[in-house]
Every structure is written in structure tokens, then in C-alpha cells.
Design a protein around this ligand. Sequence first.
Ligand code: URA
Length: 430
Amino acid sequence: MVEQFDVVDLIRAKRDKGVLSTAQINWLIDAYTRGYVADEQMAAMTMAIFLNGMEREEIRDLTLAMIASGETLSFEGLGKPTTDKHSTGGVGDKITLPLAPLVASFGVAVPQLSGRGLGHTGGTLDKLESIPGWRANLSNEEFMAQLKSVGAVVCAAGSGLAPADGKLYALRDITGTVEAIPLIASSIMSKKIAEGTAALVLDVKFGSGAFMQDPARSRELAETMVRIGKDAGVKTVALLSNMNVPLGLAIGNANEVRESVEVLAGGGPADVVELTVALAREMLALAGQPDADVEAALKDGRAMDSWRAMISAQGGEPDAPLPVARESQVVTAERDGVLTTQHALPFGVAAWRLGAGRARKEDPVDHAAGIDLHAKPGDTVTKGQPLFTMRTSDAARFDRAVEALAGSYAIGDPGSPIDDGGPLIAGRVD
Ligand code: URA
């Protein structure tokens, strides 16, 4: 086979701030997937992209080339609109759990192909796997049948979607090139577009517990992803949401399922409800139901019925007791006052160290491990009152969790400014 381009020419072009053509990008991604372009050459290219960026057309071409590296799904013939959501990840972010069945209760299909957690942000599959019997791996036939009958499916993404992204992401991870907006945006959007959804709502987080901490950078990421979606014919909207403090009161796996069920029963913490409702409204508007009464479906049991059907369809027992940790340690307020600070990142790291997350892909997670918060920034607290409870199956883990939490929360005098980074939803991009 005669190769169409010389990869060194392409690397030099990007190094010197040039623009790659559609043909060059198509060839590069194909040749890398085939193994013709070596990892060290692609590493040089990703670093050049990291340093010099990409034009809109290049980002679109890169996304389309990664989609073309694998299979694509199609929901034509399903008989209902499809809409999906993607979050860039955060501490206590369990929103997919109440959101997918809530949206499905309006007759809309939600095909959620999800991943497992790595690092301090938990994976949706890990959370759902704390439900006895629930299984993440579905065949294509099971996936389509459940989309038709229940509407909501949360399951493991097969390796067939955008395999070039899988290879490239692993390379970026070990070469310091993850945080490049063109690469993040094309990576996320290639998988979502290959999945075949007609509409997509993005929850792009900023703040201490988010992957992208600076609000301006997270807006740029959101704008880039919305443009890619539109260029590919997928109706795409993004909300920018605040991840300076943990979302809700539960950080972990089983405890996040418990909190999600509270939301589906019409209760739950105000911030989890607010974000769930806002994202559901966006998803339903894109699916042609701008006036859907989302709150009513949470209050009257329709969303809960949809959750039970979704869990049962994947072998889960919605009424079975969730795992409970053997060991717990309560941290109390050392003075009267108001809780002024609760930084998301250290709480995420502490939950991870308690066993709720994994450091390597092959590690198991402790479904019962995590942290339950008993107070949020702005709450009045009295000396001795529990602030949070840490839970784990292995008491030896408490010390390192406590270490991670040093300086991560503070109690001030009544009237002190609250350090929560502002409103939960800080913007919208369409
Ligand atoms: N998630 C992805 O799927 N890709 C990235 O590049 C970053 C986060």
C-alpha cells in the first residue's frame, strides 16, 4: 500500500502552526489506527496540537475521522426521538441516574453508553453496579429492545465505537496532552456522535472538582463541542455547571444510588434536583417537548416507575438492600458557626481513597465506600454536630482520606462570605 502522506511533514506543519487538510487528518487517524503511524509520532502531533490548537474545520475533521475508525449505531426505526447527555465529570455527579429514567418517562429514548470511573470522579456504571444483579454489558439486540420498551438504557460502551479515540486517549494520558480543548472536544463528541443520538445535552463543569477548573476554559470547551455537534447534524446544547462544591450529599457509589432514588421519589438535595430538572428540560426541548412538566414526573411517580423498569431490564433488583460499609468514621464541627467552605476536589479524592474509585482500570471498587455529607456551605452548625461520615470496608483507609481533607472545609462566624463559587448553573451554550 502506498501511503498518501509522510507523517513527519504533518507533524512539522502543525509544529509550525499550519492547518491540516481534511485528507491529511483522515489519513493520519486511519494510519495511526492501523499502526502505521507510531505512538511517538502521534505523541509529537498531540503535543503540537496542545501547543498550537486547531481550526474549527480541523476539529470537525478530526472528530469525523475518529468516528469513521469504528462502527456507528443508528436509531432509525426506533419509533421515538433519541436524546443523550454527557457530563465532563465531577464529585458526587450522579445526575445520569435520575435523569435518564425521568426523560424516558416522556416517551423519549435515552441511549446512555457510559464508562467506569478513573481518578476522583466516579463512573456511572460503578454506581449502578452497587445494585444487586444489575449488569452493565448488553448485546446490541438487548440494548435496542430496552430502548424500545423502557426508553432508558445505561450500559457499557463497547470498544467498537471510535476505537481511534481509545488509542489516542491512552496516549494523551501518558504524554501530558489530555487538557487540549480540540482533543477533549473531538474525543467526547466522536463517541457521542458514533452512538447515533439525534440530540445531545452537555453538562460542562468548571471549578475545583472539575476536569477543567477555569470557567472561561470550560465555556470554550462547551462552545467547541456544541459546534462539532451542529456540524455533524446532532442538535447540541451545553450547560455550564459549578463543581466547586460536591453535588448533593452523597459521594461514592451505593450512597449515590440511594440519593438518586430520593430524587426520583420527589425529594433529594436541592442542587441535585435543580441540575436534573434543568438538564431534563433541555433534553426534552431538543426532543420536541419544550413544555414537558418535568417536576410533575418526579412528584407523581412516573420517573420512579421508569427507573424501576430500567433497573429490572438489566437484571437489577430495585428493592434489594444496597451494600453497607463495615467501617465508618464521623467528623464533627469543632465550633459553632456557619460552614463556609467545602472544596469538591479533596472530598472526591478522600472518597476515592476510601475505596469508592479506582487508580487503575483493572482495580475493583468498594461499592459501599464513600462520604455522606451532613452539612453544605451556608448551613449553620453547632459544636459537635456531624459534618460528614466516611465509610469504607477497610479501616486502614481512613488516615489517607483524612489527609486528603486537610483544609478542605471551614467554619466561620455567622455572616461570613460563603466560598462556593456562585450559582450552580452559570451559563448555557447553544
Ligand atoms: N473524556 C473523554 O472521553 N475524552 C477526553 O479527552 C477527556 C474526557
